[in-house]
Ligand binder design. Structure first.
Ligand code: SF4
Length: 469
């Protein structure tokens, strides 16, 4: 795709700023509140921060209180059916709010509504939704909102599917010490189960300078953790006029001054390179944590998933990583009960779990996605078999995670403190460089700071400790 067609022009972005000013004028003075509800991945969270940034520019104050909101925007996910149903159910509940509050505006956006059939559902079954737009239309939200307000007519804007990059939009960061930075959008891989390439378009990379500028600003503002985002960060830069590898981008980011840690996701094994691992090993700014989605341990299933790597190639990468960084934490994604997965295939996946000994896994039962090749495979797995395999997978990993967590007892770990624990408001909670969740007692002032915590006990998914003197 030509760069000139991918980058939204400065004139178009200025036009949207003009719409932001017009919406602000139209709404007049007085407090206005907007709630942005986000489902799905970190990319969606990053998108929501840009949507919230534009809403602030239009005079809204961001709130978490739906009773207070004058505008509610639901940013949806399409990766699993469960995520779609959740977003639809929450949108359904907003109908009652709208009945109580005259003038409440309800918008819906993101991956789910970038599918034609879902757009039609919303149009016909959710008449109280005022506006809808797909992922590539995000930057036009001010125009869409203005048109809705001015004409008092529902607005439905779907993507033209070409994909784009919009620079220069305001961002409202939801966290003051951890930040997302999208480095690219879209995906070219077409894994046979995945809807992402259909709803987010083809891969397109942001310019190196734009990324470096954003990271520099975050570092100057004191952000402690910066996560680089892309559906497959390892493809970064291939489409730029002056191609650059993801490893080279990372190396340049590490040259930026400041006390911050860099993370990245997601990394497709077929494109993960030794060069990338070398750059990680050479730069202390990059967290010693690698998320490398395996999806299945069976070569037969991997081929049907269109993943384009084998378990042998995957293990080779893991070996190289551990040779370079023996202490690296590894996590992965697994799809259980992909169509046609035999008992033997499933055993191959369990075998990979035992060989690699991941620190943690994110596993899900296969979810049929309309329009993807795997949805048409005739050999879908019986739900009872899928549940049984899922339970075995979790049990296998729990044993590994618990054992690995136990090894931390007695160690002093640096923890970036995120806030109070959700289950015990007497305790603070945070994460280590290797993404371990740690709970401990300490003063509120530590939130957003690093704390040294001595680990006194462990559970499968968390560590517990006390502040080290
Ligand atoms: S790499 Fe595969 S799983 Fe990941 S977004 Fe692209 S198509 Fe989906």
């Amino acid at each position: 795709m030509e760069r000139s067609k991918v980058l939204i022009s400065a004139e178009e972005i200025e036009k949207q700023h003009e719409y932001m000013r017009k919406v602000k004028d139209l709404l007049g003075s007085g407090e206005r509140y907007a709630l942005v509800r986000t489902y799905g991945c970190q990319q969606n969270e990053a998108d929501s921060e840009r949507l919230a940034g534009m809403l602030c520019e239009m005079g809204y104050t961001i709130t978490e209180d739906e009773q207070l909101a004058d505008l509610i925007l639901v940013n949806t996910c399409a990766v699993r059916e469960h995520a779609e149903l959740k977003a639809l159910s929450i949108t359904g509940q907003f109908k009652h709010l709208k009945e109580k509050k005259k003038g409440l505006l309800i918008g819906i956006c993101g991956c789910m509504v970038s599918q034609e059939h879902r757009k039609e559902d919303i149009k016909h079954k959710y008449p109280y939704v005022d506006f809808l737009f797909g992922t590539a239309m995000l930057y036009r939200m001010p125009e869409i909102l203005y048109t809705k307000l001015k004409k008092d007519k529902r607005q439905f804007f779907l993507d033209d599917n070409s994909g784009n990059i919009a620079e220069g939009l305001p961002v409202y960061r939801m966290n003051s010490f951890k930040a997302w930075v999208s480095i690219m959008y879209g995906c070219n891989n077409f894994c046979s189960y995945c809807v992402v390439p259909y709803v987010r378009g083809r891969e397109r990379s942001r310019e190196v300078d734009a990324i470096l500028k954003e990271v520099r600003e975050l570092a100057d503002a004191g952000y402690k953790e910066i996560t680089l985002l892309g559906q497959n960060v390892n493809s970064y830069g291939k489409d730029l006029e002056e191609p650059i590898s993801f490893a080279q981008l990372l190396a340049r980011i590490c040259q930026i001054e400041g006390d911050f840690t860099v993370r990245f996701m997601t990394s497709h094994p077929k494109d993960a390179t030794k060069e990338l691992i070398d750059v990680m090993a050479d730069n202390k700014k990059i967290a010693r944590a690698f998320h490398l989605p395996l999806q299945s341990g069976s070569n037969r299933v991997l081929a049907r998933m269109n993943r384009k790597y084998t378990r042998e190639k995957y293990l080779e990468l893991v070996d190289y990583m551990r040779q370079k960084m023996p202490d690296i934490a590894l996590t992965t994604d697994i799809i259980v009960a992909f169509p046609g997965e035999s008992d033997e295939d499933f055993e191959d996946t369990l075998d990979m779990l035992k060989r690699v000994e991941y620190d943690n896994i994110y596993s899900f039962i296969y979810s049929k996605r309309k329009g993807t090749p795997a949805a048409e495979y005739p050999d879908q797995i019986d739900p009872a078999v899928a549940s049984e395999r899922f339970a075995r997978m979790i049990a296998c990993q729990q044993e590994i995670s618990a054992r690995k967590n136990k090894d931390y007892t007695g160690e002093i770990l640096q923890v970036l403190v995120e806030g109070y624990s959700k289950t015990d408001d007497q305790k603070l909670t945070g994460r280590t460089e290797k993404n371990r969740l740690v709970h401990f007692e300490g003063p509120e002032e530590l939130i957003g700071q690093y704390a040294a915590v001595r680990i006194t006990r462990s559970e499968t998914y968390a560590l517990f400790g006390e502040l080290a003197q």
